[in-house]
Design a protein around this ligand. Sequence first.
Ligand code: SF4
Length: 391
Amino acid sequence: MDRMDLTPSMAQAADTGSGRAEPRRAAREPVWPDASDLVYDEAVKARVDHLYAKVKDVVTPMEWPKFAPIIDAILRLKEERGATILAHNYMTPEIFNCVGDITGDSLKLAQVAAEAEEDIIVQAGVHFMAETAKILSPEKTVLIPDMEAGCSLASSITGADVQRIKAAYPDYPVVTYVNTSAEVKAYSDICCTSSNAVQVVEAIAAQWDTDTVIMIPDEYLARNVAAQTDIKILTWKGACEVHEQFTPEDIDALREAHPDAVILTHPECPPEVMARADFAGSTGAMASYVSEKSPKKAILITECSMSDNVAVENPQTTFVKPCNLCPHMKRITLTGIYEALRDLKHEVEVDPVIAEKARASLQAMLDLPKAKTPPHFDTGRDVIDVPYVAV
Ligand code: SF4
């Protein structure tokens, strides 16, 4: 092949002899324009307008001409770079439905990404999710469109905190929610998700032959799990800033205004909220419930974009949307994804020693038998309190 036949990225790869585009050269020789200079022309329309049919109920006709050229550029760049995009359920609908290759909750994203052929992963989600992807795919390049996309749960606890807990309670296993940093996972005994939390708590208690487990850092998830099991739980004072805002009064008001709607809550909500719902489970469990039961009207007590994304797949259901926005998730935009891919920037690294230990905690969870359908919480249980660890 003559050098003139090479695309810009291929030429860069040939220059380095690496077989892969180099971020440094991509930044020095930008081939793709600024996102604001991308135009919605006939060629773009021909390539991506079919995607609008999917999101027409949740993306307005005024918004689409702004989104379409960036979506088009992302899809073409993704091919050129050999990248796969992971899109969390809380991404806005144009990201989730139009550029996400793998969609779902954080763990599903990381697990499926580990099996993907592509060498570059773009995490359309928050930082701990990108870290989890890197932990499970250490040989891949993991990019996040915004390094500042954090999480109130992940920032509520540090690895040093977990070390202090372990020193104070050597006889109790530490179960750590995946919404934590790599370091926190590394010092824990096993991870859990909002989907398998009850199962993990019971399994690790049996393995350690103990009736008490430490579950960190989400106090509401810990209280909701404690209501579902006989295992005693100690917890940490952390919370999701999105789900903790919902109150029992909110649910009562929604019930009164929409008596025909089924109310679904996430287990990061306070137990008093969950106790008033018809169904409680992870984002995956909520989506499965709506697909399987096809309720006429549903109210998802969770992050705003979740309803929009579930609505795309379930046009038979009307959604009431009393949602709260996650400011961290909303840092991820089409423009950010485009720029991360264009410049191969914002690479997430995890210290290899920490990554190996964190992988062991994740693997301990993954080694447990898998449920056929995402388990859900029994909302009819009594609300109970659990103590915090004393460290
Ligand atoms: S929704 Fe809650 S748990 Fe999820 S990233 Fe935002 S703050 Fe963290």
